[in-house]
Design a protein around this ligand. Structure first.
Ligand code: PGA
Length: 245
C-alpha cells in the first residue's frame, strides 16, 4: 500500500493525474468511479486535463460504486446527477459507456446481478476510485458487510444518513437504502485509489490503514489488495502522522 500525504490541491492533482495516466496507458480502460465531496476536485482537474487536450475519454467505460434507492435520476442529490454535472457532460465519454446502478429498478436484486454481470463483461475494473465514510464504509458497504459481498441493496446506517443529510434539504429526505457494489466487487479492481480529506476522516483512516483487517472497518480490507494508493490531505492523515512521529 502506497500512501501520499499533501495539500488538498496536491491530492486532487495526484488523483486526476493517476486517472489520466491510466487512460493514456489503456485508452479503452474501465474506471470505477465514486461520488461525494471528496472526488469533486479530482473531477474538476480531470475536466481541465480533457480541455487541455491531455486526455480523451472517448474509449473509456465507467461504473459507479453506488446509487440511492427511490430518488429520480434527475434529483440533484442522485449520483446519476452528480456524475453528469461533475464529469460526464464535460468530457467526450460516450453516453452508453457510463454506468450507475439503477436505484429505481422494479426488481433491485435483479438490478444488482445485472450490474455485476456488466462489470464482468466489460473485462473488470482497471482503476477504482474510492472515498471513505467516517464509519469506514467504502461505496455504501457499511460496517459488518461481508468481504465476499457483490453488488447488493443496503440499508444505510444512521451515521451515513446523518453524514449525507448535508446534501439534502432535511434529514428526512435522505433515502434509507442504496444499491452498492460489494466489497468483493471493489477488491476485484486491478488498482484502487482511496482519497480522504478533512479531520473527520483522521480516526477512521488510522484504523483502516494501521488497525486489524475487519468487516467492522470495511476500508481495512484494502490492506489485502496488492495495488492500492491512499491519497490523504494533512487533516485526514493527522492521526497517522502523529503515530509515526
Ligand atoms: P464524502 O463521502 O466524500 O462526501 O466525505 C465519502 C463516502 O461517504 O464514501
Amino acid at each position: 500500500m502506497e500512501i501520499f500525504i499533501g495539500t488538498e490541491a496536491e491530492c486532487d492533482e495526484l488523483g486526476a493525474r493517476e486517472i489520466a495516466n491510466q487512460i493514456k496507458s489503456k485508452p479503452d480502460c474501465v474506471l470505477g468511479l465514486a461520488t461525494g465531496s471528496t472526488p469533486e476536485g479530482i473531477y474538476r482537474k480531470l475536466v481541465e486535463k480533457h480541455r487541455n487536450g491531455e486526455v480523451s475519454f472517448a474509449r473509456v467505460t465507467t461504473f459507479n460504486l453506488d446509487e440511492y434507492v427511490g430518488i429520480p435520476e434527475s434529483h440533484e442529490c442522485s449520483y446519476h446527477y452528480f456524475m453528469d454535472t461533475n464529469l460526464f457532460r464535460h468530457v467526450d465519454i460516450r453516453p452508453g459507456a457510463t454506468h450507475v446502478p439503477n436505484g429505481n429498478a422494479p426488481d433491485l436484486n435483479a438490478e444488482c446481478k445485472r450490474y455485476e454481470e456488466m462489470i464482468a463483461q466489460s473485462g473488470g475494473i482497471d482503476l477504482q476510485l474510492l472515498g471513505i465514510g467516517p464509519n469506514g464504509h467504502i461505496g455504501f458497504n457499511e460496517p459488518g458487510t461481508p468481504f465476499e459481498s457483490l453488488t447488493h441493496v443496503v440499508d444505510l446506517t444512521e451515521s451515513t444518513i446523518n453524514a449525507n443529510s448535508r446534501f439534502f434539504e432535511s434529514h428526512d429526505q435522505v433515502p434509507r437504502q442504496a444499491v452498492t457494489m460489494g466489497i468483493k466487487s471493489i477488491m476485484q479492481a486491478r488498482r484502487i485509489i482511496l482519497v480522504a480529506k478533512g479531520a473527520s476522516k483522521a480516526r477512521v483512516i488510522m484504523k483502516a490503514i494501521k488497525g486489524p483487517v475487519t468487516p467492522k472497518v470495511p476500508a481495512s480490507v484494502l490492506q489485502l489488495h496488492p495495488n492500492v494508493l491512499i491519497i490523504l490531505d494533512h487533516d485526514a492523515a493527522s492521526e497517522l502522522t502523529s503515530c509515526i512521529k
